[in-house]
Design a protein. Structure first.
Lengths: 344, 344
DNA sequence: TTGAAAGCGTTACCAA
DNA sequence: TTGGTAACGCTTTCAA
């Protein structure tokens, strides 16, 4: 059923019906309720493409997730974030269009999205420290919000976790427990989140007067094997770390395996702090989290970013805003005081 | 730039320009190339909503992922599947619209999608054995393909992994190694994939003349803690399992932890076979996989399903088809012959 | 308070 | 081989 059929059936003009349905004030209460009733009974739903064409608003938000290489899934973090944003959109009558882009420097994705009028705005995922997409989007003039941050460029809207502070605090916690040899198992540092985590870690070490030791730092894809192998290698060094700061729960599982294989016990001879991606999957070993979980933070971030974008679309000249989620993302797991073997 | 502007600039009618751009045969080669050149230079991209309205095709596919409860992320499997399907769509000029539905029995999601003309077809994720969405979709008449299967209803298109056979083969493998006490750590059995896995497991046990022991079976959300706790409990039984068949790598990590905590060694006193969700995350401990990885199968499934749906949209009266991915999803990890303690 | 008609940017039919 | 025009289903301006 379309507007014409509905208005014929009601013996009213399309104009009046449209106005009644869209809550225009000038239509009488009597007709409005009559129209709304008939629309509901007939199961009338306006054709979104027609609305879109008539109003110039697509009522659709694009999410762009880069697929770095073909082995790269988009992470559960994105899924959670997007699922959360999706709730906001449907609440405000928007749809979500997902684009998986092959390459971060293929400008045609954004030019295409803008020119095709497919979306009113875009949320950008997985930003790099120096990300070519920023310039393209700014040039194209499509409203956008970044999930995360770039380190090149300015004047854009973003929502990010405070990765820097989270890792700084976690490092400080370990320092306060007496640790002096703290290993960092980080994600790839082209990604801003990893870059900032490392920066936070280094800052805390500097503040604590502890020299940075590159042998205690690693950056790679976040896999169990990576955690196992790197932690194993580090534990077999003559002067081994007494604590690990780990970028993801899955890596932490590998670290745990390496520790137990080395005959050590987490929380006794070695401490581990995890930046947890999926807290619900992680057995915390009875240790109370020092901070709150990522899960809810990511949901919150998805909500913030989607709201921010919708507002930006309403008011395109809005000053660039940003949200730095002050929820801490780090949980403590099996943290304990520095064992005797750590006297450096 | 729109069609009118482009045709004015070229001193041609909109009709001719449209025909040239869409490769209609009746336009001369000279004009065609002239038009295409100008379009490319001017960065002309047709407004997809106008095309949509004029042709009646949305050129958009909907993916519907249920969010069972608010703690439920959509799994990495969906992400991988959707990412893969997304490639197909962009290759054929389609967009992907993602909908996260609150509840599986909210029929309005599908009626809405159909009535709003937002999509030409839908891919349904995470089917249950008895899924209310099937009837709704069949009634609405929107072309759809199920990622997985329902056990209620018939006559729909689907693409699924052969979960039944995978678990049957895996169980048989363990039986052939001499195991008689094989535990199953399954996902929730309202989901068809889990239901079928259990069926395959039971079938192999029956074929092997081994009695089914419900104390060796569990079904729950796939978390590390679940694997750890269930495996731990089972290993402490008077008559403990000698092998575990596990529904997900993340659960398997928990099983591994329980095994090592019990002082046993995987591949020696206890065997473990995993249905691996993310092979690349899993350290296989040097044991060669018996079968191939889920990762590539899921990508393949995403490709098959998206192609199937596009064909169905072309030809809506097509007979229901289905693809049962014969790629085996099970990998062997640390499988070994039945240890002496398993003499039953 | 209601309606007629133009317009959004395409495609597609019918003429030329 | 090209062009004029209706049509897609809405919103919105202008008139009544």
């Amino acid at each position: 059923m379309n507007l014409k059929q509905l208005s014929n059936q009601l013996q009213l003009s399309q104009t009046t019906v449209s106005r009644a349905l869209n809550d225009y004030p000038e239509v009488s209460e009597a007709t409005r309720s009559r129209v709304k009733l008939a629309a509901a009974k007939g199961g009338y739903r306006p054709d979104m493409r027609a609305i879109s064409l008539a109003t110039g608003k697509a009522k659709t938000i694009g999410h762009v997730v880069p697929m770095a290489n073909k082995d790269d899934v988009f992470s559960p973090i994105f899924a959670e974030f997007i699922a959360s944003a999706s709730q906001t959109y449907s609440q405000y009558g928007y749809e979500l269009m997902l684009t998986v882009e092959k390459s971060r420097d293929d400008a045609s994705t954004y030019r295409g999205l803008a020119a095709k009028r497919a979306v009113d705005g875009v949320i950008l995922h997985s930003p790099q420290t120096d990300d070519p997409r920023l310039a393209v989007l700014q040039e194209v003039g499509l409203p956008f919000v970044v999930h995360g941050r770039m380190l090149n460029g300015e004047g854009y809207h973003w929502v990010d976790m405070d990765n820097h502070n989270a890792f700084k605090l976690a490092t400080k916690l370990l320092l306060d427990l007496g640790h002096r040899r703290i290993a960092l198992l980080n994600g790839r540092e082209e990604m801003t989140f990893a870059w900032l985590r490392r920066a936070g870690y280094e800052e805390a070490l500097n503040d604590g007067g502890v020299a940075i030791n590159s042998e205690f730092m690693a950056a790679d894809d976040l896999t169990e094997r990576y955690g196992y192998q790197k932690a194993g290698a580090m534990l077999s060094m003559k002067v081994a770390p007494t604590a690990f700061l780990v970028s993801s729960y899955i890596v932490a599982l590998g670290v745990r395996r390496a520790i137990s294989q080395a005959g050590l016990v987490m929380g006794e001879q070695v401490s581990v702090i995890i930046h947890d991606d999926e807290l619900s999957y992680f057995d915390n070993g009875g240790v109370k989290p020092q901070f709150t979980s990522t899960r809810s933070s990511v949901r919150q971030a998805g909500y913030e970013a989607s709201k921010m974008l919708l507002e930006l679309i309403e008011n395109p000249d809005k000053e660039p805003t940003s949200v730095l989620m002050d929820t801490q993302l780090v949980i403590g797991s099996s943290t304990g005081p520095c064992p005797s073997l750590s006297e450096s």
